[in-house]
Design a protein around this ligand. Structure first.
Ligand code: AMP
Length: 613
């Protein structure tokens, strides 16, 4: 059956004319999506949900835009290019079946990245995106560890690929160099074939703090479940235009900002690496009288951005740079991010400080950031809702559709029953977030011990739970959870306390959440950035330590005593940092995260009390 409604007008004639001997005749198990080249052999793609979704979108609709060059690619081109690219991957391996093989790639954020990722999945292989920012030894480690049989590099990153291929590689991958601008050349008929998805998937490497990075294997079934869950919760649509400024070797950039919008038929505009002024200019352009410049008789008008999902540091940098924009741009930028225009603005991957949320709301004249929680192993797990009343301050909301979540008291091993989130003494009970459902990863690659360690069995017959290592409390918020159209957003909300190993500070028998203390510190006018860490102490077990960057518009000197005075009315005494250091810079990774284990060693080694055990 030809899906006529998806055909461009010129092709509808071909589809409706009687079949000639050269016209493709579909078998019941193999349905072409569109057909324009009668004599050409029909390309195929496996009938996986991602390709069914892409084939169902308007082929003339924009899928991907390169912000700087303005080049854009349609869903029609995407499907044909993925099929061709998949064939080329097979040729590069001498026509071998790539089922379950690892295809690593070094490709910049672009249409070529999207084609390369999907081509690996189409080959029923495991896509292994590499960050061009990684040093050669790290790339070497990933290639060896994943036992990649093919390394694909874009024209731009072929020298990086050559550099890593010159190192000692146990896996000896074949190398496929992509030419410049290969995609989007011509359309071609593509049929979806019923095949077993077999080994198709994505492998992302976690940033290891003490150990080497682990390969997190997300089968295509988990990716599909993650995307469906997000599309249901955040309602991506074909009229959404998403501005993509995140790295693409991380779950946030890959699933939330790429695969989920492709599932929904939205447009994705790449603008990487992130630069606050450039992003403001892009956001503002549709609201300037000058939008729509004419070159060679063609007028390019930039569409407004409706969907933006980034990390808290991106919002923080945007807020800081807005003040220095020219006045006209400032106003257009405010319009661009207002609730009427920027439909969804999401923050995640690290805790969202309240002052950033509040400042964004003021600047945008009412847009409320939606916070969510997730990790590489599970995709997105918890999220606030689309109603503004459901974007509750400091909370990451409720379990997303298809995700099951529970809290386990890590001291007693008891699962905290829903509704019993407060103990006999009136204290909120914190526990580790544990998750299960179709969105969860399959395993750490070739590391059964690590995989076994992170799962905990359940006798209820519905499978084991993944232990996230993150601690949370649940709290009912009477004003939230009433949306008629988001039934998953109901009941008590989750509030993240931090990572069990780095953010839960045990001091003098009390437990302190580093995130809670950071939140209060950041609410003080004197503090621009803050990281709260556990400083080892023999007397206290651990001391609460604060690393601070001052807001020099407000203050130039600030002592530990000033800090204690400022926090006195905000925090219980035992939560107030006992040691504090003011610094000029706090190192963060590409996702804005702080490695607290390294930070405490770098900053507080002289504050260790000497009585540590
Ligand atoms: P990654 O696997 O690199 O995405 O890191 C996942 C970790 O980021 C989680 O285990 C949490 O510790 C942290 N994280 C993600 N989202 C949030 C959030 N909204 N608030 C606090 N921490 C978060």
């Amino acid at each position: 059956m030809i899906l006529r409604h998806t055909l461009p007008p010129a092709l509808r004639r071909v589809a409706s004319s009687p079949p000639s001997p050269l016209t493709y005749r579909p078998s019941p198990r193999s349905r072409p999506w569109f057909c324009c080249c009668r004599a050409r052999m029909l390309s195929t793609l496996p009938r996986l949900p991602i390709f069914e979704a892409v084939a169902g979108h308007d082929p003339a609709a924009t899928a991907v835009v390169h912000s700087v060059s303005g080049r854009s690619f349609t869903y029609g081109q995407l499907l044909a290019d993925v099929s061709r690219a998949r064939d080329r991957r097979r040729e590069a391996r001498g026509g071998a079946d790539l089922d379950g093989e690892r295809i690593a790639f070094l490709v910049e954020n672009s249409y070529d990245y999207v084609v390369t990722l999907l081509a690996a999945i189409a080959a029923r292989s495991i896509a292994v995106p590499l960050s061009p920012a990684f040093p050669a030894p790290e790339l070497q480690y990933i290639l060896n560890h994943s036992e990649a049989s093919l390394l694909v590099s874009s024209f731009k990153f072929t020298p990086r690929a050559d550099e890593v291929l010159a190192t000692e590689l146990t896996s000896k991958p074949a190398h496929l160099e992509l030419a410049k601008h290969v995609g989007g050349q011509e359309k071609e008929a593509v049929a979806l074939e019923d095949t077993d998805p077999a080994g198709a998937g994505l492998m992302l490497y976690t940033s290891g703090t003490t150990n080497r990075p682990k390969g997190v294997l997300l089968p295509q079934s988990a990716l599909t479940a993650q995307c469906r869950s997000l599309v249901e919760a955040w309602k991506y649509t074909p009229s959404d235009h998403l501005l993509h400024v995140l790295p693409l070797h991380h779950i946030h950039g890959t699933v939330n900002a790429l695969l989920a919008p492709l599932f929904a038929g939205s447009s994705i505009e790449f603008m990487f690496p992130f630069n606050a002024d450039t992003v403001w200019k892009r956001l503002a352009t549709p609201f300037l009288a000058t939008n729509g410049t004419t070159t060679n008789g063609i007028t390019a008008t930039q569409p407004k951005v409706t969907f933006f999902t980034v990390v808290p540091t991106v919002y923080s940098r945007l807020l800081a740079s807005h003040k220095s924009l020219p006045a006209e741009l400032q106003e257009a930028a405010r319009q661009a991010i207002s609730p009427a225009n920027l439909r969804v603005n999401i923050s995640g991957s690290a805790a969202l400080p309240t002052p950033i949320k509040a400042a964004w709301q003021t600047l945008s004249r009412g847009n409320v950031l939606l916070e969510r929680y997730g990790m590489t192993e599970v995709g997105m797990a918890l999220s606030c809702g689309l109603d503004f009343a459901d974007r509750v301050d400091a909370s990451v909301g409720w379990p997303l559709p298809s995700v099951q979540a529970r809290l386990m008291d890590v001291d007693t091993g008891e699962v905290i029953p829903p509704g019993q989130d407060v103990d006999g003494a009136g204290r909120e009970r914190s526990g580790e977030i544990q998750l299960r459902g179709p969105t969860i990863f399959k395993e750490y690659w070739r590391n059964p011990d690590a995989t076994a360690k992170e799962f905990i069995a359940d006798l209820d017959g519905h499978g084991p739970w993944f232990k996230t290592g993150d601690i949370a409390i649940r709290r009912p918020v009477p004003s939230a959870g009433h949306s008629a159209v988001q039934p998953w957003a109901r009941g008590p909300l989750y509030f993240i306390q931090g990572r069990r190993t780095a953010d839960i500070i045990k001091t003098g028998g009390e437990k302190v959440s580093a995130l809670e203390v950071e939140r209060e510190l950041l609410s003080l006018p004197e503090v621009a950035e803050a990281a709260v860490v556990a400083v080892p102490s023999g007397n206290w077990g651990q001391k609460v330590g604060a690393v601070i960057i001052l807001d020099t518009d407000v203050v130039h000197k600030w002592s530990p005593l000033d800090m204690r005075r400022a926090l006195k009315s905000r925090l219980a005494n035992y939560k107030i940092p006992q040691v504090m250091k003011v610094v000029d810079h706090i190192p963060r990774n590409a996702m804005g995260k702080i490695n607290k284990k390294l930070l405490v060693r770098a900053i507080f080694s002289d504050a260790f009390s000497g009585d540590e055990r």
